[in-house]
Design a protein around this ligand. Structure first.
Ligand SMILES: NC(=O)c1ccc[n+]([C@@H]2O[C@H](COP(=O)([O-])OP(=O)(O)OC[C@H]3O[C@@H](n4cnc5c(N)ncnc54)[C@H](O)[C@@H]3O)[C@@H](O)[C@H]2O)c1
Length: 482
């Protein structure tokens, strides 16, 4: 059956161990097997919040989990403390906390005794349904994830299900949770997804730009001291033929010198949405005194963190498909199932990469060392840079050690990008704050490959090849063959 975009959508929300539909969104229907997506906002509405800080009912469109007695009795005292632990717990709202980076970060911060609330509209799970994709790892519902975390550690993560493009929802979550820091992962984050067709391009920019604008307005209106930690991407810079600085460059032009935002040359509607976000954040720092850190993150690899490996219900998602999968994760799955590694074009495309264990560390460092009022701080968040060919060679070597026969093929590049270029990006600011990088090692590759082998039965090889072309994008809704 073909799945394509239309203009309505619905969502069934699970709470506790039972699935129940608390949705009262007027005019929408629950559609169990066909998922469609609204291009303006994801209409998850009118859900009752049961959080302890909210006095009124039916004003916040979200859910929190009830804390059961069973959970309390099973609680252990085993939090993994480090010197970075704040003396007093801080209240951190993790927007997009059900996603790949957000889930690992929410658990990590909770483990470090931050008070954490996840805000997510679960749209990422719907993209999977829409496109017929599945994470390599089976992932539990957000409710089961949070309950399991509570039962293992005794720590509560609050949950608000809703769309940050809905300002009424977002304002109520701010008034209810009163965050001191907001970590904003909650965007459509796939470049290929944004290049499928016009409506996905529009959805991506609408979702990302309006969502971020709403977060900025919510901070200004309800919590002006709150520090915004926003996930940007190294892709905002493109591949200039000069060194990439961390956010700003000092230029002397016609005898005058100034320090200016580093030029941005994004190369997809997704990457462009991040550039628009950065501009909006920089402006509001200047105009309203917002404090913000833009984390221009490289490509993330890996799946395990100390917290997600505590129980299989805490497993993180692991995308290997042509739309959401990221380079190294994809290569490991390809090697595990005997599919040739798919290098796009010449394979000289060089980017910054980091282990997901460093994503959570970097975010924690940014929160623990907040930007000043009015400061728009930019960190390049990656630890090493590799070309695609270098990654393919590393995975081939590691695979051969495990007895796998790893081949590499060059496939026509579906993207519009330089395939051989200069690349040298600075990334010292997070190290200065104390980042201890997990560099890509043989043992990490080994464990990623073994992880992929463990779940190889779940691999749908039809999802591996790239299917979205930057040049062929058109206005017609693209149907996705099942
Ligand atoms: N994964 C990477 O390699 C990578 C690299 C660079 C930057 N980033 C950035 O990091 C962030 C997180 O990436 P990820 O890989 O975890 O993505 P993800 O898709 O796994 O997670 C994003 C989460 O945000 C939620 N979300 C999206 N729109 C929302 C909305 N309007 N309201 C509420 N929730 C919403 C989704 O449901 C999902 O759970 C993104 O902003 C992405 O651009 C990721």
């Amino acid at each position: 059956m073909a799945h394509f975009l239309s203009t309505s959508c619905s969502l069934t929300i699970a709470s506790g161990s039972k699935l129940h539909s608390k949705q009262l969104y007027q005019g929408s229907m629950v559609i169990p097997s066909t998922f469609t997506l609204q291009t303006s906002k994801f209409p998850v509405k009118r859900l009752v919040l049961q959080g302890k800080r909210l006095q009124r009912s039916c004003t916040v469109h979200g859910t929190t989990l009830p804390i059961s007695h069973e959970d309390k009795t099973q609680a252990s005292s085993g939090s993994h403390k480090t010197s970075n632990e704040p003396s007093e717990p801080k209240r951190v709202m993790v927007i997009g906390g059900d996603g790949y980076c957000g889930w690992a970060t929410a658990l990590h911060l909770s483990n470090k005794n931050y008070e954490v609330a996840i805000v997510d509209n679960l749209v990422r799970r719907h993209f999977d349904h829409q496109l017929g994709l599945e994470s390599l790892t089976p992932i539990s519902s957000i409710h089961n994830r949070i309950r399991r975390w509570k039962s293992l550690t005794g720590k509560t993560i609050q949950l608000y299900i809703g769309d940050i493009c809905d300002f009424e929802f977002l304002s109520e979550t701010f008034k209810s949770f009163e965050p001191e820091a907001v970590v904003h992962f909650g965007e459509q984050r796939s470049a290929p997804y944004s290049m499928i067709d016009r409506s996905r391009a529009v959805f991506t920019q609408n979702n990302n730009v309006i969502g971020t604008l709403n977060v900025l307005f919510a901070i200004k209106e309800f919590k002006e001291e709150c520090h915004l930690v926003k996930l940007g991407t190294m892709g905002e810079y493109g591949t200039p033929n000069i060194d990439i600085e961390e956010g700003y460059i000092t230029i002397t032009h016609n005898g005058r010198t100034d320090t200016l935002p580093y030029p941005k040359q994004a190369s997809s509607f997704y990457h462009l949405s991040k550039v628009h976000d950065s501009n909006n954040i920089a402006f509001t720092c200047k105009a309203w005194g917002i404090r913000a850190t833009d984390l221009n993150q490289g490509v993330v690899y890996g799946v395990r963190t100390d917290e997600t490996e505590m129980h299989e219900e805490l497993y993180n998602r692991f995308d290997y498909d042509g739309v959401f999968g990221t380079a190294l994760n994809r290569f490991c799955v390809q090697a595990a199932v005997g599919h040739p590694l798919t290098v796009y074009g010449k394979g000289g495309q060089t980017r910054g990469y980091l282990d997901i264990r460093d994503t959570v560390q970097c975010v924690e460092l940014a929160i623990a060392n907040p930007a000043q009022r009015g400061e728009f701080r930019v960190f390049n968040q990656f630890t090493e840079q590799f070309s695609v060919n270098e990654l393919a060679r590393l995975v081939t070597k590691a695979g051969e050690k495990l007895g796998l026969n790893v081949q590499t093929i060059s496939v026509p590049n579906p993207r519009v990008e330089a395939e051989e270029h200069y690349y040298n990006a600075k990334h010292t600011k997070l190290v200065e704050l104390g980042l201890k990088p997990h560099l890509l090692s043989d043992s990490l590759l080994d464990s990623l490959l073994n992880f992929a082998i463990k779940f190889e039965d779940r691999v749908d090889t039809k999802q591996i090849m790239p299917s979205v072309s930057w040049r062929k994008i058109g206005v017609k809704p693209t149907t996705i063959p099942a």
